[in-house]
Ligand binder design. Structure first.
Ligand code: 1CP
Length: 368
């Protein structure tokens, strides 16, 4: 990897607001930092306009488009972090699978994995620089264009979540095709999860070399697994990713906070807090105070307002935010939603959410 990326000084602008990075490390801040999953998304009219008539994955392959879409929410709201516009499904593409974005349906694999023999169709040694270099270019460009206003987050899908899409061929209610593999083909499942893990490690290291200042791993479909299957088929790979990325970064003296978001995996909270990630992301089904107790102050927490709370009037949003911040406490806390923004949400209410986090937390921190 070193020889590919040739850690050339990229002369990035100086970071002016490191609140998000300090909170990730559990350090003191003047306010609680806040960002939203899917903050670069369809709830913004300017996003819909930029994306209009263009293929989704063509957009992902254009560093200029990714940069513009990443910056759009920052022009409207004082978010404390940006997340690079891309998608988790670029990794299966890099491994040789076709993925199309079908309007009104979502991501679709025309030829999903059906049986273990299909693993032979996947590229074994993936050259991430060749297959995913466009993401690295987007990150480097965006890191320049963000002008040091806030840190830039890179991300990946977790092995289990990507495996689920590769077998289902798209979204699903039951994920029964993918879960069938876990019960019927455990060895092939582990082989696929290992292949994904290897690509993901290189992919995340490439993102950091390109300029990502934090990394989030999305295990969006963790909740469809129970505690036993999560321990067997997801957790070991999540841990392996953090361990290998961190060990490699240490060699070059880099320290990049990592966030794990295993949606609906409340049963795994204790394990997740001891899986080498600085931050554990939470969905809205977990009570803030009990999340703190169960993670024992070992990690920072991120989350977890129900996205649908954004349908409330603004004064109600402010009350909900206040309770949430009181529940988590202001130290080692990054405010976010429990999942992504939906396309029909009112940008004004997103602004109210961000403002409420800043306002309430500033007051609370002053009183400490
Ligand atoms: C805005 C967007 C994205 N992907 C998709 C869209 C909507 C389609 C469009 O704009 O045309 C399709 C798009 N991509 C995906 C889906 C979900 C499909 C399904 O499961 O039914 C859709 C509609 C798959 C996907 N893609 C992603 C996840 C993990 C997070 C999560 O759980 O929501 C998942 C599961 C990650 C993702 N995806 C995206 C980002 C960057 C923007 C940001 O967050 O601000 C990120 C981080 C961008």
């Amino acid at each position: 990897l070193l020889c590919h990326h040739s850690f050339m000084p990229k002369d990035f602008p100086t970071l002016q607001n490191d609140t998000f990075l300090r909170a990730a490390r559990g350090e003191e801040t003047e306010h609680v930092p806040v960002w939203c999953m899917r903050q670069a998304g369809r709830y913004l009219p300017e996003f819909r306009e930029s994306r209009a008539g263009k293929d989704f994955f063509d957009t992902c392959r254009s560093p200029e488009s990714c940069c513009e879409l990443t910056l759009q929410p920052l022009r409207r709201f004082p978010f404390d972090a940006a997340i690079i516009f891309s998608d988790i499904l670029v990794v299966p593409q890099a491994m040789g699978m076709d993925v199309l974005m079908v309007a009104g349906k979502g991501p679709t694999f025309p030829d999903p994995l059906k049986e273990p023999e299909d693993l032979q169709r996947l590229r074994t040694a993936v050259d991430v620089e060749k297959e995913l270099g466009y993401v690295f270019k987007a990150i480097t460009l965006t890191r320049h264009k963000i002008e040091g206003k806030v840190p830039l987050i890179g991300f990946t899908g977790a092995p289990w979540t990507l495996m689920a899409y590769m077998i289902e061929g798209g979204g699903s209610n039951t994920y029964s095709k993918a879960k069938r593999w876990l019960y019927r083909h455990p060895e092939a499942s582990h082989m696929l999860l290992r292949m994904l893990t290897d690509v993901i490690v290189e992919y995340l290291l490439g993102q950091v070399a390109a300029g990502a200042q934090a990394l989030q791993v999305f295990d969006s479909h963790a909740g469809i697994l129970g505690p036993v299957q999560f321990k067997d088929f997801s957790l070991p790979y999540l841990r392996d990713i953090a361990r290998r990325v961190k060990d490699k970064l240490k060699e070059t003296g880099q320290d990049v906070p990592m966030i794990v978001f295993a949606k609906d995996a409340h049963y795994a909270l204790e394990d997740l807090s001891q899986s080498h990630y600085e931050v554990v992301g939470l969905d809205w089904t977990i009570d803030p105070r009990s999340a703190r107790e169960r993670t024992g102050g070992k990690v920072s927490l991120q989350g977890n307002m129900d996205p649908c709370a954004l349908y409330s009037p603004k004064d109600r949003i402010s009350e909900i935010v206040q309770k949430m911040v009181e529940g988590f406490g202001t130290r080692g806390y990054i405010a976010n939603l429990g999942h992504g923004l939906y396309p029909d949400m009112d940008p004004e209410n997103v602004g109210a959410f961000v403002e409420a986090v800043h306002q309430h937390s500033k007051l609370m921190i002053k009183q400490i």
